[in-house]
Design a protein around this ligand. Structure first.
Ligand code: TXA
Ligand code: MG
Length: 357
């Protein structure tokens, strides 16, 4: 059976739509909803059966824990048992917003949510639809990104429909998600805190409030060497079905290297796609070029990155090149997503020649 879709105004969400979605949550069902980062797939975080449905719908490995979404800091006590001193300062500065804090879990949180860890990841999303749904349902809402496991996160309701139609009860269509990449995940149980996943809040912003922050290698988008602190980081993710290669380095070197890689692949008779910046795009004579945004505006690239990955994936290409961006500010989150989409197949341009090709 097709999943029901209800359109909601993202600024003033219709009461009836929210009431209906809240009913589904309370009855143990699954609701996909927009947040300021990407669409989430929500269930009652305190209902283990409901949470198990999330894993089944997404095909998500059971050892990858979920983020619990709250409507306000007063609800933290329902899901957490200890509050690190830094949490208050981070909450004041970044909540509601795209920061996820990993803290000690409370006894009410089922193992299904935390994958058996003694910590829980929490955030307060900055989106009227998400906030009214949490408030109206009266439940903390566990929600991963609403994509099929391994696919790019959904930034529009149509992406959710494409991946999960028939597997979830309801999709609230509130238009485009804002930021386009997921929240920043920071482990506050460690000293200094550890950046586990770069996202909508930049490392630089985080450091302004938190002081020194250790950066987990997985947050850079590097393959894990030892034990993984954030289980989600060890899985191949965002990856198109076609072979995918990321070209990194100084902008000019990236563009010229990428242009010659495209030429070589086309001469070999292969169908080539490129995820490009607006500045780089004219240099690439590929079958399909998706312009994600200006190199000078990483926020624009963030809004379009996952949509471009989906479009390139659907274009039936043999190989896809990603034009890398500088890994600073929001660019760190972009580099992390691109490295993982490329399955860590990275060509470094400019620094005296070839690295990985
Ligand atoms: O922006 C977002 O964070 C979106 C929206 C829907 O809120 N959600 C999202 O969830 O991206 P998901 O499940 O796709 O990613 C959650 C990440 C995973 O990498 C997971 O391993 C990590 O957070 N995580 C969750 N609980 C954790 C915990 N207790 N300790 C360490 N990492 C945790
Ligand atoms: Mg995800």
């Amino acid at each position: 059976m097709d999943t029901r879709v209800i359109r909601v105004d993202p600024v003033n969400p219709d009461e009836r739509a929210i009431a209906e979605a809240a009913r589904v949550i309370r009855e143990g069902g699954l609701v996909a909803f927009p947040t300021e980062t990407v669409y989430g797939l929500g269930a009652d975080a305190l209902n283990p059966d409901a949470v198990r449905k999330i894993f089944a719908a997404k095909g998500r490995p059971g050892d990858n824990p979920l983020i619990v979404h709250l409507a306000g800091v007063h609800e933290l006590r329902r899901v957490a048992s200890a509050f690190p001193p830094l949490l208050g300062a981070l909450a004041r500065r970044f909540w509601p917003g795209p920061l996820t804090a990993v803290i000690r879990r409370g006894p009410a949180v089922p193992d299904e949510v935390t994958a058996g860890l003694d910590t829980v990841a929490v955030r307060i999303p900055d989106h009227p639809v998400a906030l009214s749904l949490i408030r109206r349902s009266g439940r903390p809402i566990a929600a991963p990104s609403a994509n099929q496991s391994g696919r790019p996160s959904p930034t529009a309701a149509v992406h959710v429909w494409h991946d999960l139609n028939g597997k979830v009860d309801l999709i609230l269509d509130g238009g485009a998600a804002g930021i386009g990449v997921e929240s920043t995940v920071v482990d506050l149980t460690a000293h200094p805190p550890v950046l586990l996943r770069p996202g909508g809040i930049t490392l630089e912003e985080l450091q302004e409030v938190a002081g020194p922050v250790r950066v987990d290698p997985a947050a850079e988008g590097m393959p894990a060497a030892g034990p993984v602190r954030s289980p989600g980081m060890k899985y191949r993710h965002y990856a198109p079905a076609a072979r995918c290669v990321l070209v990194e380095g100084p902008a000019e070197a990236v563009v010229s290297r990428l242009a010659s890689l495209v030429r070589a692949e086309r001469e070999a008779g292969r169908r080539v796609g490129v995820l490009a910046t607006r500045e780089g795009a004219p240099a690439y004579g590929a079958e399909k070029v998706c312009v994600a945004g200006s190199r000078r505006d990483p926020a624009e690239i963030a809004r379009n990155l996952f949509r471009c990955l989906r479009e390139l994936d659907e274009a039936g290409l043999d190989i896809i090149f990603l034009e890398g961006v500088e890994p600073v500010g929001l660019g760190l989150a972009l580099a992390n997503r691109m490295r993982r989409a490329a399955g860590y197949e990275v060509v470094t341009a400019g620094r005296g020649g070839s690295a990985a090709d």
